[in-house]
Write a protein that binds this ligand. Structure first.
Ligand SMILES: [Zn+2]
Length: 168
């Protein structure tokens, strides 16, 4: 009894060796046909899932935007934090700052200037703003001392002033 080793392709009808045929959805196809069917199927799936694709795109866009916003927020917070940190206890530095009645350090002035520059503020105006801040800080410090405010309260006020300058 002769074993039937050949079969017709359900696609193109060409005779092929049975083991070379691929079974797709209960039908047998030759290599060329099965490749074409898979390709068409993929295309079809892609087209049908247009909305899904779009939703996925939008979701990822939204996610990217959120990540970007979060990062920007964190960076801004970090800058504020850096600006508002009290001078690092480096020996006599604190005493010197207190003696000058000036709470903004040279480093802070430089950082503030750089921040204002980055925000597109004119150099002359940036200098003016920082100068005004120093003057105002001195005045407020004197005033707070006469009001018997604690160093802690003065420090908080100082932080707020620096934060306001850079938000402005
Ligand atoms: Zn075929």
């Amino acid at each position: 009894m002769k074993i039937k080793t050949e079969r017709l392709c359900d696609g193109c009808g060409k005779e092929s060796i049975r083991k070379h045929l691929k079974k797709i959805r209960k039908k047998y196809y030759c290599k060329q046909c099965s490749v074409k069917i898979r390709k068409d199927h993929r295309k079809e799936t892609y087209e049908n899932s247009d909305d899904k694709e779009r939703i996925r795109e939008l979701n990822s866009e939204l996610k990217n935007k959120t990540i970007f916003r979060e990062r920007r927020k964190k960076r801004a917070e970090k800058i504020i934090l850096n600006q508002s940190q009290p001078p690092k206890p480096k020996g006599s530095k604190k005493t010197r700052v207190d003696k000058n009645n000036c709470f903004i350090t040279f480093q802070e002035k430089r950082d503030l200037f750089r921040i204002l520059m980055n925000r597109g503020i004119d150099p002359e105006e940036a200098k003016e703003r920082i100068k005004n801040l120093v003057v105002k800080q001195r005045e407020i410090r004197k005033e707070m001392i006469t009001q018997n405010k604690s160093e802690e309260e003065i420090k908080i006020k100082r932080q707020k002033m620096i934060e306001n300058l850079w938000r402005y």
